[in-house]
Design a protein around this ligand. Structure first.
Ligand SMILES: *Cc1c(COP(=O)(O)O)cnc(C)c1O
Length: 371
C-alpha cells in the first residue's frame, strides 16, 4: 500500500464503474439494482445490504485501519451496538476501561439491565488487574485510548498480547475515535476490532453523523455483515460520499490539530488559572482544570473564537464541560473518582490560527478569575 496520506487522497478516485474519467467518485443514490437475469446479481441488490458508494467508503476505511473489512454505519453508537450485539449474548461478560465516552456506558448499562450481560471496569493501566477480571464467560475487552475526557493512554499491544496468550477467543476492541489511523493502528497492535465515531475526526467538519467498524478476521466480518444487514443501521449514500470526501484531508487535518494542540497544551500549562493540563502528546484533544477560584461559566461566556458545544474532532474549536455535558449520566461519585470535576474543561482544538486560539483562551481564562 502507498503511504496513508496518498491512500486518503487518491484511494477513492477513478472508480471502475464510471467511464467519464471523473477524478472524484460518483454518488449512487439508488436503493434498488437491476439484475442481469434470474439468479444473477451485479453485486448490488438492495441498499440495506450495500451500495457502490458505501462499498467504496468501506474499502477505504479497511485500508487505512489495516483491516480486511469495514462497515460504515449511521453513528458511532451504531458502530458500538453493531459490535456488541453481534458478539455478546445473555450471561456473557466483558471488561472495559473505566474512562469512556459517556454514551458507551449508557449502552453497557442497557446490555446489563435488559440482556443480563455483565461488565466490569478496569483502570487501563495495570495488566495484572485486567487478567484477574477475566472469567470463563468473558468475551471481550473494550478499550478507549486516549480516554475521554482525561486522556489516559492504554498500551493496546500489551493488552492484546497478554489477553490473547491466555484466551485467544477474547476479542480486544478499541475505540480509535480520538487518534484515528493517522496516529494509532489498533489492528496492527493486535486488537481484533476497531470502532470509530466518524462524526469526529474522520468526518472532521461537524456536519456528518457516522460510525465505522473495522476487522481483519473473515469469520468475524461475516457475522458483523449478517447482523448489520438484519438490523439496518447502515450509513446512507450521501453521508458515505461526504465521508469519502472528508477522509481525503484527514492526514493534513490531524497534523494541524496536533500542532495547534501541542502549542496550546504547552502554553496553558504555564498560565495562571490553569491547575493542570491533560494531553496525550498527539491529536487535537486537550483537557485542563481551571483553578477553583476561576468561574467556568464566565470562562465559557468570554470565549470569542472557540464555541461552547459538545462534540469534537472538527475544524472548528469546541469546548465542553464533561461534568455537566458528555459525562452527566455517570453517578457523581464515579465522575469525581475519574477526575471529571466541575472545573475540568475539554478542548477539541480546531484548525484556526493557533495564536488566535491562544489569545482567546488566555483572555477568557483571565476574565473568569474571581477577584
Ligand atoms: C462521540 C463518540 C462516540 C459516539 O459516537 P456518535 O457518532 O455520537 O454516535 C463514541 N466514542 C467516542 C470516543 C466518541 O467521542
Amino acid at each position: 500500500m502507498v503511504k496513508v496520506a496518498t491512500q486518503l487522497v487518491q484511494g477513492t478516485n477513478g472508480s471502475e464503474d464510471d467511464r467519464s474519467g471523473a477524478v472524484v467518485a460518483p454518488l449512487h443514490f439508488s436503493t434498488a439494482f437491476r439484475h442481469p437475469g434470474l439468479g444473477e446479481s451485479t453485486g448490488y441488490d438492495y441498499s440495506r445490504m450495500t451500495t457502490p458508494t458505501r462499498d467504496l467508503l468501506e474499502a477505504q476505511l479497511a485500508k487505512i485501519e489495516h483491516g480486511t473489512q469495514a462497515f460504515a454505519v449511521s453513528s458511532g453508537m451504531a458502530a458500538i451496538t453493531l459490535v456488541l450485539s453481534t458478539i455478546l449474548k445473555s450471561h456473557d461478560h466483558f471488561i472495559t476501561s473505566d474512562n469512556l465516552y459517556g454514551g458507551s456506558f449508557r449502552y453497557f448499562d442497557t446490555l446489563r439491565n435488559q440482556y443480563d450481560i455483565a461488565y466490569e471496569t478496569w483502570n487501563g493501566q495495570d495488566i495484572d488487574e485486567l487478567v484477574l477480571r477475566i472469567q470463563p464467560n468473558t468475551k471481550a475487552i473494550w478499550i478507549e485510548t486516549p480516554s475521554n475526557p482525561t486522556m489516559k493512554v492504554i498500551d493496546i499491544q500489551a493488552v492484546a498480547s497478554v489477553v490473547h496468550a491466555i484466551r485467544p477467543d477474547i476479542l480486544v476492541i478499541v475505540d480509535n475515535t480520538f487518534l484515528t489511523p493517522i496516529y494509532q493502528n489498533p489492528l496492527t497492535e493486535g486488537a481484533d476490532i476497531v470502532v470509530h465515531s466518524a462524526t469526529k475526526y474522520l468526518g472532521g467538519h461537524n456536519d456528518i453523523l457516522a460510525g465505522a467498524v473495522v476487522v481483519k478476521d473473515a469469520t468475524l466480518a461475516d457475522a458483523l455483515r449478517t447482523q448489520l444487514t438484519t438490523t439496518g443501521q447502515v450509513l446512507d449514500p450521501f453521508d458515505s460520499w461526504l465521508l469519502i470526501r472528508s477522509l481525503k484531508t484527514l492526514a493534513v487535518r490531524m497534523r494541524v490539530h496536533t500542532e495547534n494542540a501541542q502549542l496550546l497544551a504547552k502554553r496553558l500549562a504555564t498560565l495562571a488559572g490553569v491547575e493542570k493540563v491533560l494531553y496525550a502528546g498527539v491529536g487535537g484533544m486537550i483537557s485542563f482544570y481551571l483553578a477553583e477560584a476561576y468561574d467556568v461559566n464566565q470562562f465559557l461566556q468570554a470565549l470569542t473564537v472557540g464555541s461552547f458545544a459538545e462534540s469534537l474532532g472538527g475544524v472548528e474549536t469546541l469546548i465542553t464541560v464533561p461534568f455537566v455535558q458528555t459525562h452527566h449520566d455517570m453517578p457523581e461519585s464515579q465522575r469525581l473518582g475519574l477526575g471529571i470535576t466541575p472545573q475540568l474543561i475539554r478542548l477539541s482544538v480546531g484548525l484556526e490560527d493557533a495564536d488566535d486560539l491562544w489569545a482567546d483562551l488566555a483572555q477568557a481564562i483571565q476574565k473568569a478569575g474571581r477577584v
